[in-house]
Design a protein around this ligand. Sequence first.
Ligand SMILES: Nc1ncnc2c1ncn2[C@@H]1O[C@H](COP(=O)(O)OP(=O)(O)OP(=O)(O)O)[C@@H](O)[C@H]1O
Ligand SMILES: [Mg+2]
Length: 504
Amino acid sequence: MSVPSEVDAVQLRGIGKRFPGVVANHDVDVTIRPGTVHALIGENGAGKSTLMKILYGVQRPDDGTITIEGKQVVLKSPTEAIEAGVGMVFQHFMLADNLTVLENMVLGAEKLHGIGDGARTEIRRISERFGFDLDPDVLVEKLGVAARQRLEIAKVLYRGARIIILDEPTAVLVPQEVDALFENLRELKAAGNSVLFISHKLDEVLAIADDITVMRRGTTVGTADPATATKHELAELMVGSELPSPETEESTVTDTVQLSLSDVTLTDEFGRNLLTDLSLTIRRGEVLGIAGVEGNGQAELVETIMGMRIPTSGRIMLGDQDVTHWHTRQLREAGIGYIPEDRHRHGLLLDAPLWENRILGHQTRPPSSKGMWINRKGARKDTERIVADYDVRAPGIDTPSRALSGGNQQKLIVGREMSGDPVLLIASHPTRGVDVGAQAAIWDHIKRARRNGLAVLLVSADLDELIGLSDTIQVILRGRFVGTFDPSSVTPQDLGTAMTGGAA
Ligand SMILES: Nc1ncnc2c1ncn2[C@@H]1O[C@H](COP(=O)(O)OP(=O)(O)OP(=O)(O)O)[C@@H](O)[C@H]1O
Ligand SMILES: [Mg+2]
């Protein structure tokens, strides 16, 4: 190896990490140059998050060495990692909603710049330097997803990090927000910081990365040059297969209306409208896509349909039944599958084994129950089926779901919600965090079910997915539908414009 002209930001050498029944990392070698964006890619369960947790002191490696800016270190906690210059932003943000930007920023770092004007000045400096657009005195609950993410990045910079780990930061962003984040990352680079960027979206990787490291089955299998590599080559390196794309198929839309909403309005406790006069119909065999910038009512729409909120006015019909006031359990028993937006809060019991998670939300129906009783054997057997059909990588069905990689948790939820032949599927970001191979498999499952008459409400931030799977796309903006589009002719740019209020 040649002698580098400047000291590497990070050198990981021979890193190994074992969990019961799994080798999460072995013989991992990664070199991060200073002032670069370094992408880490690989299929679900390849070991990316584990490696980053090791670099951030959350996990202790069993083997190998970590060298930061020329100095070999042993990191026993995130505090020690931050002292060494490494910060990490997790996918599930760790912010207190009822506190201000400033309060969140200084929490646990009071010694650095105090809690008053010194802190305020430093926050303004960071915000301006990197284009974060953060007002220190705004409550975090007022911030959208993208602003919260910028706050998380600002938080680690405030603590002095020069090496910033972002684990799938763009999974929760729409295209315009991704562009804005990339601008921020360029500024970070320009100031000499290094960014470690994990993503399953290969276009993004090619757009932002200076270096790419590929992981497969726990180890680093190679690097790729973003200047010359193609998406196909990256996909091949990652999953060893061709790159899939969601292809629009022949329409299977029937005349039978499965779900209809008429003038549904939802008002919060202050009398503000979260949803205004929403009407839609989804027929058997039809996929209705909902496009929107996160936070424009799509979560409320889904929760209203799923009986977690009761509309203030308007009517919801499932087939020919008025279900406006039904509870979630009744709706599920009537045959609605539900893939929630937040898999940790609404989709999984993290400490329960996979087979118990199979029962969650399905406890009153076979194969999870038999008469009034939980059918352990039935649930276990069906979990084995889901694990096989959806390629959920896990040591076994007795593994707690917490031990699964993010993408594998998502595959388990999709498999569960597609089981028992639902009549209607309410899917929020069904392929968020899953690798390109698994994404294609999930699309195939949804398409097959659609051919057999499944009606689907698809909320997704992935515009290619929306265009590829939907029969019709509605754009939601500030709780109203502001445009209907035909996926066979619409472009992601058209949708983006409508989503940000640029089209009538
Ligand atoms: N705390 C844990 N206990 C047991 N096994 C774990 C734990 N954390 C991770 N694993 C296992 O280690 C392997 C690597 O997981 P990791 O989360 O690093 O994958 P990943 O590359 O980040 O995948 P994804 O793209 O799905 O997020 C997986 O087999 C996972 O099940
Ligand atoms: Mg991960």
